[in-house]
Ligand binder design. Sequence first.
Ligand SMILES: C[S@@+](CC[C@H](N)C(=O)[O-])C[C@H]1O[C@@H](n2cnc3c(N)ncnc32)[C@H](O)[C@@H]1O
Length: 244
Amino acid sequence: MGLHLAYEFTAKRWWRKFKRYLGWRLRNPFAPYEDYYVYSVMRKIRQGDGHPAIGSASRPVRAQSELLDFLQKYGLQPNDTAVDYGCGSLRLGSAVIDFLEPGKFWGVDITDEFYKLGLEALDPAWLRQKAPKLGVINPETLAKVRADKPRLIGSWHVCSKVPEARLDSYIGSIVSLMSPGSIALVHFPETAERRQLSGLAWASPRSLLETVARRHAPNATISFDPLTATEIDGIRQTLLVIRT
Ligand SMILES: C[S@@+](CC[C@H](N)C(=O)[O-])C[C@H]1O[C@@H](n2cnc3c(N)ncnc32)[C@H](O)[C@@H]1O
């Protein structure tokens, strides 16, 4: 494709997406941005296009055990409570459910539609035995999760879906689940400057996430850990690690 054609193609796609967002915003003037994310993903799934992270067509970007592997690296034991924050369709969470003792897994998300799609694909007998706890993120659910004193909280492929104006709410909510001795691992695509990757995804500099995390957890230890060794097009896969 020539440079001019490629530019025209990108501009047309951007305009189509912008028009879709504008139409949704006019129909939903007071809805939080998160509802737009759910609308866009469900629209794709209902059209039969499938989605790489949600529903029956979802596949892990790397290993299905990636979330579990990192939670274990940071000390997760079978009798701990762990949270998959922004669990989607449990694409990575199901390995964590399997590792933990019954009733020790919490999966939370901005909608129940995504984890209901995930549950449909899982063995009902195994689900009854493992009894994972699931809930939509709201003050009542967060209070229940907090009461179970999670030792590890993981949030994978979620931070990238949060616009800058909503980062305080996202990180603040994760920090609100922590108690002394707990650890939160927040996966994010890292770039030198905040960069839009697609209509619904952004990469962030670590300084931005550190500033937000410090605002909500001023006494926590905050560090960064590489998720993968590779850097592609100036983007690294990184973990923000918050320890209280
Ligand atoms: C790409 S999916 C990843 C799902 C799951 N973590 C995984 O890796 O399979 C992004 C998920 O983030 C959730 N999400 C988006 N914005 C969020 C927010 N502000 N707080 C919590 N979850 C959010 C979406 O609903 C969706 O389930």
